[in-house]
Design a protein around this ligand. Structure first.
Ligand code: KIV
Ligand code: ZN
Length: 510
């Protein structure tokens, strides 16, 4: 059975897509989850792109122990130096350098002749090789490049020391059969490819990223690049969960497998959604809410008689457990800690303390506390940023025949500040009040509220995305409460605190 390496780029290609930005704490939490998922390589960011990105790649490199940590870098000496500085503390560091190779990119974007691209790629791989043994080279827009040119280029960079050659479908253009033929031809024209890992990185512009990645496995590649929930530039990247479960479910066809702990898939998907506020569509393969739901009577009847009538993989295999009633209002901190550990999370003393306070609040209001409630609390607490502002109290008056007004009082250290505002709706009024208190000009880019569990006393899980009108920076915040208005206000304040944290951390890393 062939082992396929999984190279996860959620924190680089995924994070650079709109609405998916994460702060340092969130990236670390996500990286730790990717390590639990057992990916082979984590591309933690693009170190040279900003001081914040540099710091997150460096911190992740120094934190993780069981996987390779890569930084992307353009084929420029200064970028490669920066990438090395960021990954050098990793147990297994990788420098990933790339240059565009298609005629259109070389002529219009790089303003370089093909010969210059060849020379630059070779020189930059040699430069990276001075620092680390593990060097990946990517030919950006490879699928719109000339095959003979690529074969020549790959030959030179492999001789210069590249250990992985990535052949991306950068613009999501190629068709599965065409990719198979293209990769096969490249292997024939450049036999050195068979001495290194061959990788593909597929974008989803025509909805074919996963199909193309799987076709590449048939053509002999040994590494697949992908992201959780398929997030990424434009229509996204190939989705990790779909690739992994396709290989696992159809081992008979591909004769290939990965080292992924598939039971961690659902948790990884949900953690990413919680952090970014970007929800997964309900009918998304593998991790969508409906992926294992059988609605039609005829299907339900079949599944009751034999699950395999309509289920080609089990929900348990991706980590969907039965809804366990675990704790209640009389449970203590030890019981909560034990359950958090059973769920696979590591929390610090301080995080446990904060989670316990929240747990007690919720257990007081709610009869039954489920695993999903605990996960909602714990993922929120573990990516917590300092609470510069917190909600002290609020009153809202709303109705369809009166003006909606809100009085919101926030605490900042020992000081309390109250603001009364009116607005188009109760939340508009309350958000205006918060905006005035924190002295920012904010725009609400998005708000969603979901019920975390079933029933009238379900936790409302609110996510907001705000944008600072002055500098265009965005932040997502989350709040959970049995009261959806309170959850929304908490989410808004959480986003403000994240914005303040990010501003502080950016100015410190300058
Ligand atoms: O899509 C792409 O080609 C990339 C490369 C930098 C690998 O993201
Ligand atoms: Zn990409």
């Amino acid at each position: 059975m062939k082992q396929i390496k999984i190279f996860d780029t959620t924190l680089r290609d995924g994070e650079q897509s709109p609405g998916c930005s994460m702060n340092l704490k969130e990236k670390i939490e996500m990286a730790k989850q990717l390590e639990r998922l057992n990916v082979d390589v984590i591309e933690a960011g693009f170190a040279a792109s900003s001081p914040g990105d540099f710091l997150s790649v460096k911190t992740i490199a120094e934190t993780l122990k069981n996987c390779t940590v890569a930084s992307l870098s353009r084929a420029l000496p200064a970028d490669i130096d920066r990438a090395y500085e960021a990954v050098k503390g990793a147990v297994s560091p990788r420098i990933h350098t790339f240059i565009a190779t298609s005629p259109i990119h070389m002529e219009y974007k790089l303003l370089m002749k093909p010969e210059q691209v060849l020379e630059s790629a070779e020189a930059m791989v040699k430069h990276a090789k001075k620092y680390v043994s593990d060097v990946e080279f990517s030919a950006e827009d490879a699928t719109r490049s000339e095959v003979d040119f690529l074969a020549k280029l790959f030959d030179r960079v492999i001789r210069a020391g590249a250990t992985t050659i990535n052949i991306p479908d950068t613009v999501g253009y190629v068709m599965p059969e065409e990719y198979f033929a293209f990769l096969t031809e490249l292997r024939e024209k450049c036999p050195a490819l068979d001495t290194v890992d061959i990788s593909v990185h597929c974008h989803n512009d025509l909805g074919l990223a996963v199909a193309n990645s799987l076709s590449a496995v048939r053509a002999g590649v040994t590494q697949l690049e992908c992201t959780i929930n398929g997030i990424g530039e434009r229509a996204g990247n190939a989705s990790l969960e779909e690739i992994v479960m396709a290989l696992k479910t159809r081992k008979d066809f591909y004769n290939a497998d990965t080292r992924i702990v598939t039971q961690e898939i659902m948790r990884s998907s949900q953690l990413l959604s919680r952090i970014t506020g970007v929800k997964v569509q309900p009918n998304k393969a593998i991790v969508g809410e409906n992926a294992f739901a059988h609605e039609a009577g005829i299907h339900q009847d079949g599944v009751l008689k034999n699950k395999q009538t309509y289920e080609i993989m089990t929900p348990e295999s991706i980590g969907i457990a039965a809804k366990n009633l675990v704790l209640g209002k009389h449970s203590g901190k030890h019981a909560l800690h034990a359950r958090i550990k059973e769920l696979g999370y590591d929390v610090t003393e301080e995080e446990l303390e904060a989670a316990f306070v929240k747990f007690k609040e919720i257990a007081d209001k709610k009869k039954e506390v489920y695993d999903s409630d605990i996960e909602a609390i714990i993922t929120k607490e573990s990516v917590r940023v300092p609470k510069v502002y917190s909600l002290d109290r609020f009153t809202i008056s709303s109705g369809n025949t009166i003006t909606n007004t809100a009085a919101v009082r926030l605490r900042k250290e020992e000081n309390l500040q109250e603001q009364i505002e009116s607005g188009d709706g109760p939340l508009d009024a309350a958000f205006k009040g918060i905006e005035k208190i924190v002295g920012k000009n904010l725009h609400l880019d998005g708000l969603s509220i979901i019920a975390n569990t079933e029933g009238k006393d379900a936790l409302g899980d609110a996510t907001v995305t705000i944008r600072d009108e002055e500098n265009g920076k965005t932040a997502q915040g989350r709040g959970i409460s049995t009261d959806v208005l309170e959850a929304s206000l908490m989410a808004y304040i959480n986003a403000v605190n994240k914005m303040i944290y990010e501003e502080k951390h950016e100015s410190e890393s300058m």
